[in-house]
Design a protein around this ligand. Structure first.
Ligand SMILES: *[C@@H]1O[C@H](CO)[C@@H](O)[C@H](O)[C@H]1NC(C)=O
Ligand SMILES: *[C@@H]1O[C@H](CO)[C@@H](O)[C@H](O)[C@H]1NC(C)=O
Ligand SMILES: *[C@@H]1O[C@H](CO)[C@@H](O)[C@H](O)[C@H]1NC(C)=O
Ligand SMILES: *[C@@H]1O[C@H](CO)[C@@H](O)[C@H](O)[C@H]1NC(C)=O
Ligand SMILES: *[C@@H]1O[C@H](CO)[C@@H](O)[C@H](O)[C@H]1NC(C)=O
Ligand SMILES: *[C@@H]1O[C@H](CO)[C@@H](O)[C@H](O)[C@H]1NC(C)=O
Ligand SMILES: *[C@@H]1O[C@H](CO)[C@@H](O)[C@H](O)[C@H]1NC(C)=O
Ligand SMILES: *[C@@H]1O[C@H](CO)[C@@H](O)[C@H](O)[C@H]1NC(C)=O
Ligand SMILES: *[C@@H]1O[C@H](CO)[C@@H](O)[C@H](O)[C@H]1NC(C)=O
Length: 401
């Protein structure tokens, strides 16, 4: 029966029979389905599977796919509420997508030799608590809504997208990531999540939320934007960051944040947004920041704000605090537009206000809704880089998954 159903799906190629370990087995039509361990056992003699393997929605209990070291296509388990353990002692490579979505009884994934996948997408593996992998190569990795405490075994050095969200037990993420070509999203994982990226040198964009510790000691370049929302850390430092090439730096609603330092940052390609970080008493962590390609919006409960090296702001400049920042405003006034009595370093609309009880209410990247005297200035000047809005949308999407 099984052989019968398998034979049309799988054909041994070349002189070797399917039972010899050197055989390449081809999935007829490019795709074969495994519905039981007996089905999986049929591939024990294949060295390589040419095509994709789909584990059917009713495949139960334990599925062990030992034998093949390579699957040239995808490996997918979708909408399965029966499988508990998935393993292979031989699999090293998945040429396509390794996807597991809505596999709600899965407890363990044991693929100790799995080193390379094109993409890895795990979503709604709500009981998954044990993984044994050796993945170091992937273009995209997304792990969401699992029961994992650790992502040990998933450690890529170069990747386009890395999305880790809604893993409620995840409390540490340490990675050898060196560069990232599109977006890092970390959001809504375990309370107390400690993110450590000691080797990260450049990253295109990142959106980091609900994180308790975040360390990027080597980060030198952000190509796009870096956004930090609703985190729990009290201190943030990017000690080696020199510029964002095209996007924004933003910190919004980080309720414990008391210290932000970017000692080497000289240029922000987009805008700078710091808003509603109510413990931040001074904005003084940008000693070398000279040039800002977008707008500046600093709003909070600080008593002092300074950007002592500022030479060029293309967009609007809005500083407002619940506290008295008259001294800071006086200093900013020197680089305000000429129409505001400054030397023109700031080119967009300028305002700086003290004692604004609503200073923490406006956290938007555009416009302004404060209680001050700025009605005529909303959204005036050069707006924030649109990359920020793009990131907001993506973070929202990720959260909805
Ligand atoms: C998840 O899989 C179960 C079967 O285990 C299925 O009944 C359910 O509709 C799937 N949910 C979604 C959102 O696809
Ligand atoms: C980001 O900047 C670094 C350093 O300039 C560069 O090597 C890298 O190619 C850039 N990456 C992207 C995605 O633009
Ligand atoms: C997590 O961060 C998001 C912002 O991305 C925020 O809306 C949400 O309230 C935060 N959750 C907690 C528990 O802080
Ligand atoms: C910081 O950047 C400098 C110069 O680019 C580099 O030599 C140094 O190794 C970097 N520091 C860290 C901790 O990566
Ligand atoms: C990330 O940054 C790059 C610049 O390197 C930008 O072109 C791209 O649109 C950004 N991607 C996202 C998803 O925001
Ligand atoms: C400001 O941040 C606090 C958390 O620190 C949050 O509860 C509040 O909703 C935020 N306000 C706005 C307007 O985002
Ligand atoms: C803020 O952080 C920087 C760098 O981590 C540190 O040198 C400085 O002492 C801190 N300032 C305060 C007031 O804690
Ligand atoms: C802010 O309020 C304090 C206390 O009411 C007052 O002394 C101070 O002059 C006000 N500052 C400005 C700039 O209005
Ligand atoms: C305005 O003055 C600051 C120093 O006070 C200087 O760095 C900046 O280059 C000046 N801007 C212009 C347009 O002259």
């Amino acid at each position: 029966m099984l052989v019968k159903t398998l034979l049309p799906a799988f054909v041994a190629v070349g002189s070797a029979m399917a039972q010899t370990p050197t055989a390449t087995c081809s999935a007829v039509g490019g795709q074969a389905t495994i519905n039981s361990q007996a089905d999986a056992g049929q591939y024990a003699g294949c060295k390589k599977i040419s095509g994709s393997i789909i584990v059917g929605p009713n495949a139960p209990g334990t599925i062990d796919l030992s034998g093949p070291s390579e699957i040239t296509g995808d490996l997918k388990v979708l909408n399965n509420g029966a499988i508990e353990r998935f393993s292979s002692s031989d699999l090293t490579t998945v040429g396509g997508a390794f996807e597991m979505k809505n596999v709600t009884k899965l407890i363990s994934i044991n693929l100790p030799k799995l080193n390379a996948v094109k993409t890895l997408t795990w979503q709604s593996l709500t009981r998954l608590e044990t993984i044994d992998l050796a993945v170091t190569k992937a273009e995209e990795v997304s792990v969401s809504d699992t029961f994992l405490k650790s992502l040990k075994g998933l450690d890529v050095t170069s990747v386009k997208k890395l999305d880790i969200n809604n893993n409620r037990l995840l409390t540490t993420f340490t990675s050898s990531l060196a560069n990232l070509g599109d977006l890092l999203n970390i959001q809504a994982n375990g309370i107390g999540l400690d993110v450590s990226l000691p080797n990260l040198v450049w990253i295109a964009n990142m959106t980091i939320a609900n994180v308790t510790k975040f360390s990027v000691p080597s980060l030198a370049i952000v190509n796009g934007s870096a956004r930090f929302d609703s985190n729990y850390f009290s201190s943030f430092s990017a000690p080696n960051l020199t510029e964002t090439q095209s996007g924004d730096i933003s910190f919004v609603g980080n309720g414990n944040l008391a210290n932000v330092t970017f000692p080497k940052l000289t240029r922000i390609g987009g805008g700078l947004l710091i808003a509603n970080n109510t413990e931040l008493a001074e904005v003084n962590g940008f000693p070398k920041l000279k040039s800002i390609g977008g707008a500046v919006k600093l709003r909070g409960s600080f008593t002092k704000a300074e950007l002592p090296a500022l030479e060029d702001v293309k967009g609007a400049f809005d500083v407002s605090s619940t506290e008295d920042i008259a001294e800071s405003c006086k200093t900013f006034g020197e680089v305000a537009p000429q129409s505001d009595g400054g030397n023109g370093s700031i080119q967009g609309t300028y305002k700086c206000t003290s004692n604004n009880s609503r200073a923490n209410e406006d956290t938007s990247a555009d416009g302004s809704i404060d209680g001050g005297d700025d009605e005529e200035n909303s959204a005036a000047g050069v707006a924030f880089n649109t990359a920020l809005f793009g990131l907001v949308a993506i973070a929202g999407l990720a959260a909805a998954l």
